[in-house]
Design a protein around this ligand. Structure first.
Ligand SMILES: [Zn+2]
Length: 415
């Protein structure tokens, strides 16, 4: 049983045209008309492949092959939404490889002990609404009414409204939950988004753990004034403090551990003119690590530093924690299963951690998870230059196919 690499590749390319930006890349935000069009297209393919298709209350899409026995489901999939001006492969590779696996099983009349399902998680990237990983959070029962009702995009549409317009039933979001007893395992194929596999000259990675993100929103408030008239002495300029904090974020991550990451990805000054001392500066701080103790060390250090800087510079500040997810250590048995299956099929792999967060991280709260990484050219991702080759995608999808069959056949019931 082999996958059809041309079909896999062509589908990824076809999806890349939906929401394509004139300057290259893809902007396909969750709940947008482009997102709808892409989901509909994949649903058509799913139905053509003979899968039983259903959509849950928040917009997650499932395609199923029943098992020979009733039992927990082996789930695989990823997301179709993108960041602004993102790439063609992030998320899409995981959805289309999942479809390929299920389609090949159908074509070969492969029946398994346990049911196999693919999933398209809705709103993974959180490009329009802050947060992200929304679909998997709904499945894991981590979504809250407050979040759905109060979170707004830039045009002040609430998440609840957006889901409604998309055709979902946001008020029934609790129906999207699935219990741990329903799920045997979740396997996600994803592009690597780093340069490690390329550096190691390996097409495929088996993920051993996922770094947990700790994200904060910081608002620094000072006193506005004229850039020319206001003397340097006595200024309460939040931008200077922001600069100091940005440096400290970098330093705290460097000094915490090799695996710690610290990033400021967003900054906004108000009123925001070249000749005005800002009154406020808003910024985001993002720490990630596969080791929670070094992450905590960096987070504690920056919180203390922010208080000190604000005190010395006579600024007020509000610090809000927007995400605090622990790192996930993937069950050794799953890592071994994937690694051994790769060896049996002559697929070169290396075991490695994931720095980026994925739906698998949330699904880990419900069941055993595994992740397969595909080499990314130059490690570029979330940009138009994002690229994984047809051959690498083929190898990773082959690995996904054979691993899913093993788990679904119950050959590894300890998993
Ligand atoms: Zn992704």
């Amino acid at each position: 049983m082999n996958i059809n690499k041309e079909r896999l590749w062509n589908r990824i390319q076809e999806l890349g045209l939906i929401g394509a930006d004139p300057e290259g890349g893809v902007s396909r935000f969750a709940f947008s008309p482009e997102d709808k069009k892409a989901s509909k297209l994949v649903m058509t393919w799913m139905k053509e492949a003979g899968l039983k298709v259903r959509v849950d209350a928040v917009g997650n899409i499932f395609g199923r092959i029943d098992g020979l026995a009733q039992g927990p489901v082996v789930l695989t999939g990823s997301h179709l939404d993108s960041v602004k001006n993102g790439g063609k492969f992030d998320g899409v590779a995981g959805v289309i490889s999942a479809l390929e696996v299920l389609q090949v099983m159908k074509e070969n009349n492969k029946e398994t002990k346990y049911p196999v399902e693919m999933v398209i998680f809705v709103n993974e990237e959180g490009s329009k609404f802050p947060g992200g990983l929304m679909g998997s959070m709904a499945i894991a029962g981590k979504l809250t009414r407050e979040y759905l009702y109060n979170t707004k995009d830039s045009s002040v549409t609430t998440l609840r409204e957006a889901i409604k317009q998309y055709g979902g039933h946001p008020d029934n979001f609790l129906d999207a939950r699935r219990s741990p007893s329903e799920l045997k395992a979740f396997l996600e194929l994803h592009i690597e988004q780093a340069g490690f596999l390329e550096y190691k000259n390996m097409p495929v990675g088996v993920v051993s753990g996922i770094a947990g993100p700790y994200q904060m929103k910081l608002c620094l408030r000072g006193r506005t004034g004229h850039a020319g008239a206001a003397p340097m002495q006595g200024r309460r300029d939040p931008m200077v403090a922001a600069g100091m904090i940005i440096q400290e974020v970098e330093q705290s991550a460097i000094e915490a551990a090799f695996t710690t990451r610290g990033t400021i990805g967003y900054i906004k000054a108000f009123p925001g003119g070249h000749n005005i001392i800002p009154e406020t500066v808003d910024l985001t701080i993002d720490y990630r690590d596969i080791d929670i103790s070094s992450r905590t060390q960096a987070v504690d250090r920056i919180k203390k530093y922010i208080s000190e800087v604000c005190k010395i510079r006579r600024l007020e500040h509000e610090l809000e924690v927007t995400q605090d997810t622990p790192p996930v250590i993937i069950n050794e048995k799953i890592v071994k299963l994937l690694d051994n299956t790769a060896k049996e099929h002559g697929i070169p792999t290396i075991i490695m951690p994931s720095g980026a967060a994925h739906d698998a991280m949330i699904m880990a709260e419900l069941c055993n998870i595994g992740m397969i990484f595909v080499r990314s050219r130059e490690g570029l991702s979330h940009c138009p230059k994002e690229f994984s080759s047809k051959e690498d995608l083929e190898l990773a999808t082959e690995l996904l196919l054979h691993s899913i069959i093993k788990v679904a056949d119950g050959l590894t019931d300890e998993v």
